[in-house]
Design a protein around this ligand. Structure first.
Ligand SMILES: Cc1cc2nc3c(=O)[nH]c(=O)nc-3n(C[C@H](O)[C@H](O)[C@H](O)COP(=O)(O)OP(=O)(O)OC[C@H]3O[C@@H](n4cnc5c(N)ncnc54)[C@H](O)[C@@H]3O)c2cc1C
Length: 463
């Protein structure tokens, strides 16, 4: 055992946006006796930019957009401060793509526009639904509204509208994070947004974290340090790593994903976490969202025109496929172009199929996606992708999923419990940050950043 008894007063666990923002805030306020322990051999966590699709072409395996491109958003603000948007801000419109059906037809512009409008209205409606009980799932809400909306449409167009709803439901699944029956309407109501549209970082999301890491004192960040045990009694907290190193500190800020806490909350802590924490961890959802990138020899579409291809499935076929694990393609909402990456299409997938597809071979993915594109675009000459890359957030033990959400079982104070230091707010030993601990910006990079700054501020005020 190698005990590090340096002057370390804070151990931060996890070098994602939350942990690194906490370290940055402590540094800016004169607290430099700290270490950031990261299990992986890279920093960033669910921010993971990699090269794919050609020389210097980037893709994001995790976080994609800055949600809410305005200066009040601390992540957008950081990007602006450091010139990372390079004066050429790339905004994304969610509902601007083309609908194609499983019968191989393109939906007419007029109809697409009308349905995009309806979907936008439904999303707005979900944010102000005081009349629904708090345990209503998004599934219940959308199914009810789908039926009533379809009744207002000419009977010959109803099958098409139902099929367009299959895209919308898949889209909401990836946006909210999991199967719609697992997510509470409260998830949409409690989630607050910064004004402004979604923004992409041309140099990759990781460019933001590079800036933070470069501002930290040398030697603070320790990669390949997976924490196995946290002892938070005694005069000092003791943090043990799988590599045999042990760090002692006055305070610990824990930022591991909720997916990790779900698996390890009963084995990681000594003394164990209070019962109310264990119950809040169990009640809060941790989602399943994945990405599949397809690289083609050359684009078979007109670059810039395809934008986002929305897959509209025949209702009966889709409903059968959604409950068959092998039919994971039914949960791919569509394929979209990737910024500055003209040979690559991105397929989003969520829910149980997202977990399942992590286990299937690259060959099966190539085959299934090619068949799907040929069928929906009614074009047997569409080439096979030459390479694919996909995320594996669910099966990665350092994450156990994608991002948090509120389930119908969540109780109103659950997120506050997840964010409250132990043993108490006046005796700060074990502090909690990470996107899942933010009551209104959960599931986002800005929520993660604010949560890290929040816990660091507690320590600064306490110093
Ligand atoms: C597919 C996908 C798409 C997304 N899209 C967006 C988006 O467009 N916009 C947006 O704002 N957000 C998005 N998000 C969410 C966003 O990425 C996260 O909310 C945010 O990055 C979380 O930061 P964090 O610091 O809380 O956690 P993480 O980034 O997960 O950091 C936690 C760190 O803890 C480490 N760790 C785990 N266990 C241990 C251990 N035992 N010891 C030491 N270290 C450990 C992990 O390796 C990780 O580096 C997306 C996420 C996914 C998965």
């Amino acid at each position: 055992m190698n005990i590090q008894t340096s002057e370390t007063s804070v151990v931060i666990i996890g070098a994602g946006m939350a942990g690194l923002s906490a370290a940055e805030h402590l540094t800016q306020n004169g607290i430099t006796s700290m270490v950031v322990l990261e299990a992986a051999n890279r920093y960033g966590g669910r921010i993971h930019t990699v090269y794919f699709g050609g020389q210097k072409s980037l893709v994001e395996l995790g976080a994609n957009w800055i949600h809410g491109g305005s200066l009040g958003n601390p992540v957008f603000n950081l990007a602006v401060q450091h010139g990372l948007l390079s004066g050429d801000i790339k905004y994304t419109e969610e509902h601007n793509g083309h609908f194609v059906t499983s019968f191989g037809s393109m939906v007419e512009k007029e109809m697409s526009k009308k349905m995009h409008g309806i979907f936008q209205d439904l999303e707005k409606e979900m944010t102000c639904l005081e009349k629904y009980p708090s345990d209503t799932s998004i599934q219940e809400f959308i199914s009810q509204r789908e039926e009533s909306i379809v009744q207002t449409i000419n009977s010959d167009e109803r099958p098409l509208v139902h099929s367009m709803f299959s895209y919308f439901k898949n889209y909401i699944e990836f946006y909210e994070g999991d199967s719609l029956e697992r997510i509470s309407l409260r998830n949409v109501r409690d989630y607050k947004v910064f004004p402004g549209r979604n923004v992409k970082l041309p140099l990759g999301y990781i460019s933001l974290l590079d800036v933070i890491v470069n501002s930290l004192p040398e030697g603070v960040l320790k990669l390949n340090h997976e924490v196995s045990r946290i002892n938070w009694t005694g005069p000092k907290c003791k943090v043990s790593c799988l590599n045999g190193k042990v760090f002692e500190a006055d305070h610990v800020i824990l930022t591991v994903p909720l997916g990790v806490l779900k698996k390890k909350c009963t084995s990681m802590f000594n003394p164990s976490l209070p019962r109310q924490n264990l119950e809040a961890i169990e009640r809060t959802g941790f989602g399943r969202v994945g990405k599949i990138f397809l690289e083609f020899e050359r684009p078979f579409w007109k670059v810039g025109d395809l934008k986002y291809l929305h897959l509209a499935w025949d209702k009966a076929e889709w409903e059968k496929m959604k409950i068959d694990p092998n039919q994971w393609i039914a949960s791919v909402s569509g394929f979209e172009e990737v910024l500055n990456n003209p040979k690559v299409l991105l397929g989003w997938i969520a829910g149980p199929h997202s977990e399942y597809v992590e286990k299937v071979s690259d060959e099966e993915i190539i085959e299934t996606c090619t068949t799907c594109l040929r069928r929906f675009l009614n074009d047997p000459s569409i080439p096979r992708p030459v390479r694919i890359l996909r995320s594996k957030w669910c099966s990665d033990p350092l994450f156990g999923g994608s991002y948090s959400f509120l389930t119908p079982n969540n109780l109103p104070g659950d997120i506050d419990i997840l964010a409250t230091p132990l043993p108490s707010v006046t005796n700060l030993r074990l502090l909690f940050a990470g996107e899942a601990t933010h009551p209104s910006y959960f599931s986002t990079t800005h929520g993660a950043r604010l949560s890290g700054q929040r816990e660091a501020s507690r320590l600064v005020s306490n110093a």
